[in-house]
Design a protein around this ligand. Structure first.
Ligand code: SAH
Length: 236
């Protein structure tokens, strides 16, 4: 079973509409749509914004649906060099930029318990997603670190700090939590995000204007990715 998580309705509605043989179950206030996408068994959920919601959703998929793969689809702020609105960023790894034990002498972003700053995405999934994105879009595709925290980033100062600390390409609010849950449950995962804004002083306006377009781009890519993941089963 492939689990697909988006934070907002606009990030998953397009997938739910294309699902067949749907069965809906509500767990902890979240609706889980189980059914077939491109003929492949999937479960799709809107988790809500932020790390706690995202972690709850991923953990429920692990326990209730025994997902072997989870993909987080959606939109993000572009912070890497040359990362523009409309581009696609595929995760090589995730960081929780607000995990901060530096006053105890730890490295910034070190995740307690896991003992790593970067949680690597499954390399085969990263490659597959990048390949499908290149086939689908004329625009730029970037592969790199995605930084997650419980903050909407809309200032040059904050975005520069995240960029400097983690060499991140994009910032968002769920991917790192999903990576964390997948890591602990031994689930393969990747995060795909289309850029809705540049996490700067204009981010609020840009986000409002471009998030729906970017969200659709990411769901369209998701539809290309599902059969590709299904075909590669067994190789990761
Ligand atoms: N309007 C929403 C809040 C959206 S927060 C509400 O009322 O609930 C922004 C969402 O898009 C998050 O899910 C996050 O993952 C992503 N995102 C896009 N741009 C971002 C940015 N600059 N900083 C952080 N998250 C961003």
């Amino acid at each position: 079973m492939i689990g697909i998580i988006g934070a907002m309705d606009m990030e998953v509605d397009g997938l739910k509409e294309q699902m067949s043989s749907v069965d809906i179950q509500t767990v902890s206030g979240m609706d889980f749509y189980q059914g077939l996408l491109c003929g492949v068994p999937c479960v799709v959920a809107r988790c809500g914004v932020g790390k706690v919601n995202a972690a709850m959703c991923a953990q429920t998929m692990a326990l209730q649906y025994q997902t072997s793969v989870i993909v987080n689809t959606g939109v993000a702020g572009g912070i890497g060099k040359g990362v523009r609105v409309g581009d696609v960023v595929i995760s090589s790894g995730l960081v929780e930029h607000d995990f901060d034990l530096t006053d105890l002498g730890e490295e910034k972003g070190l995740v307690s318990g896991i003992g790593q700053v970067v949680i690597p995405a499954t390399p085969v999934l990263t490659e597959l997603a990048a390949e499908k994105a290149k086939e689908t879009y004329g625009g730029a595709i970037h592969v790199g670190i995605i930084a997650t925290g419980d903050q909407f980033i809309g200032s040059s100062e904050k975005l520069q700090e995240i960029k400097r600390s983690f060499d991140a390409m994009a910032c968002e609010m769920e991917g790192g939590a999903i990576a964390h849950v997948c890591y602990l449950n031994d689930i393969d995962f990747v995060v795909i995000r289309a850029i809705s804004d540049n996490a700067d002083e204009k981010a609020d306006i840009t986000f409002d204007q471009f998030a729906p377009i970017a969200a659709k781009k990411s769901t369209d890519l998701m539809m290309q990715l599902i059969p590709a993941i299904n075909a590669q089963r067994g190789s990761f």
